[in-house]
Design a protein around this ligand. Structure first.
Ligand SMILES: NC(=O)c1ccc[n+]([C@@H]2O[C@H](COP(=O)([O-])OP(=O)(O)OC[C@H]3O[C@@H](n4cnc5c(N)ncnc54)[C@H](O)[C@@H]3O)[C@@H](O)[C@H]2O)c1
Length: 258
């Protein structure tokens, strides 16, 4: 990873922040794109303290021109692009399909799905004209492998992200650009704290491992997928979910019950 350059969308908080910091710790330069410039700058400063180059760019991934500017900045700063982690996207109020609201669906889809698609478009173009080979990691979800009630737009976008990841993996495999997708279970981030309120994250996670995940556990998987350690891996889904996709968590007998 040393000396390489990666873009992280949504890198100003949570999982994206953890990915940016893990990439910086591995010795690579980072460009943090986020609608929240304050968060992006904070993470870029922390990355610089690891001894790598880092830039922060305000970018709404729902807007293709802003993605183009973000990727252009990476090439201008570091002269190359070796890959990306595409994490950006909001969480919106829960809603049943019977009450589906067109504007809410469009906003969610624009950021999560179209944001991921158009980030990949410009990342691939930049990798092709600089490093030639590279690795892109997209962020789906456990909801992209099964479903989450009252989050139909999120579930749909996260399933679609897995589909387009595999499409791009096929389109770019022969030239050595790898594209994979991580499907996290519940991970304690600002987004999740806003979603679950006072509920214990371990309970909300519902994972056989009986706890929620940490952002660093997603970042470890991302760094593996970005690095040459995964050089023969493309087009796969990597659930990092405490066992949720293996099956339901055990119902434990109460203490003292026989
Ligand atoms: N936390 C979880 O449990 C969990 C589980 C599965 C998948 N994910 C996915 O991981 C990713 C990161 O989630 P998180 O929990 O770290 O959330 P977070 O809210 O902590 O971080 C998301 C970041 O994306 C930025 N963002 C939002 N909309 C954007 C846009 N249109 N353009 C650019 N930046 C934008 C936010 O400003 C924020 O900095 C998301 O794609 C989310 O769906 C999270």
């Amino acid at each position: 990873m040393k000396g390489k350059a990666f873009v992280i969308t949504g890198g100003g908080s949570g999982i994206g922040e953890a990915c940016a910091m893990a990439i910086a710790h591995a010795g690579a330069n980072v460009v943090i794109g986020d609608v929240d410039l304050v968060g992006a700058r904070r993470v870029a400063e922390a990355a610089r303290a690891c001894g790598v180059g880092a830039a922060a760019v305000q970018c709404d991934v729902s807007v293709e021109a802003e993605i183009e500017a973000l990727i252009g900045r990476a090439l201008a700063e570091f002269g190359q692009l070796d890959g990306a982690v595409n994490c950006a996207g909001p969480v919106l109020p829960r809603q049943q399909i019977a009450d589906a609201d067109w504007d809410m669906w469009r906003k969610l889809t624009d950021a999560h799905l179209f944001g991921t698609v158009f980030s990949m478009k410009h990342e691939i173009q930049a990798i092709r004209k600089s490093s030639g080979r590279g690795s892109i990691v997209n962020m789906s979800s456990r909801s992209g492998l099964n479903a989450t009630r009252e989050m139909g737009s999120y579930t749909a976008a996260k399933w679609a992200i897995r589909g387009v990841t595999k499409t791009v993996a096929l389109e770019c495999a022969a030239e050595g650009i790898r594209v994979n997708v991580i499907c996290p279970g519940l991970v304690v981030t600002p987004m999740v704290r806003r979603q679950i309120g006072d509920v214990d994250p371990a309970l909300a996670a519902g994972a056989p491992m009986t706890r929620a995940g940490e952002p660093s556990e997603i970042a470890d998987a991302a760094v593996w997928l970005l690095s040459d350690q995964s050089s023969y891996v493309t087009g796969i889904d990597v659930p990092v979910d405490g066992g949720i996709m293996a099956g339901p968590a055990a119902i434990r007998p109460a203490a003292g019950a026989s």
